[in-house]
Design a protein around this ligand. Structure first.
Ligand code: FE2
Ligand code: FE2
Length: 164
């Protein structure tokens, strides 16, 4: 791998992390009573996403949509079959309960993601008008109306985030 290819990989990881971190900081700033800071973190997070997207383009890592779906299914499947089970095992051994909990939520929901993506692969032209609901606690991802209570973490339907 060339130095630049390695640098792009590193930069992509950094920007992606910054985006997640700033979105979490934004939520916290809101809770702490700093709406201005919250907005700033959201704005910068969005810009980091632009940087990440540009790095992905420079890496030639964005294929056609069918191939992108296949790659996403592979990634999600690896996460729920191999990555998270191994991480959960380590967390149990090390009695890291917060990490265990976080890994367990993610593992369950990656399974949901793989299923949704497999359906999309069957008919990529379908569901243009679909509305999705995301659980803010565990990330459960539902096509259509939110369930009364999240089946994974119990959060109320009213808290779900809509993606339309
Ligand atoms: Fe996922
Ligand atoms: Fe949930």
């Amino acid at each position: 791998m060339s130095k630049t290819a390695e640098n792009l990989k590193e930069a992509l990881a950094g920007e992606s992390q910054a985006c997640s971190r700033y979105m979490a900081f934004s939520e916290k700033a809101d809770k702490d009573g700093y709406p201005g800071v919250s907005k700033l973190f959201r704005a910068v997070a969005q810009a980091e996403l632009v940087h990440a997207r540009n790095h992905l383009k420079a890496m030639d890592a964005i294929q056609g949509t069918v191939d992108n779906i296949k790659l996403a299914i592979e990634g999600e499947t690896h996460e729920f079959k191999k990555m998270y089970p191994a991480m959960i095992k380590d967390a149990v051994e090390e009695k890291e309960m917060d990490a265990r909990h976080s890994f367990e939520y993610a593992m369950s929901i990656e399974m949901v993601h793989a299923k949704l993506l497999k359906k999309a692969l069957d008919d990529p032209g379908a569901n243009a008008d679909a509305v999705y609901h995301i659980c803010p606690e565990c990330g459960h991802t539902v096509m259509g109306e939110a369930p009364k209570k999240c089946p994974y973490c119990g959060v109320d339907a009213s808290k779900f985030i809509e993606v339309a």
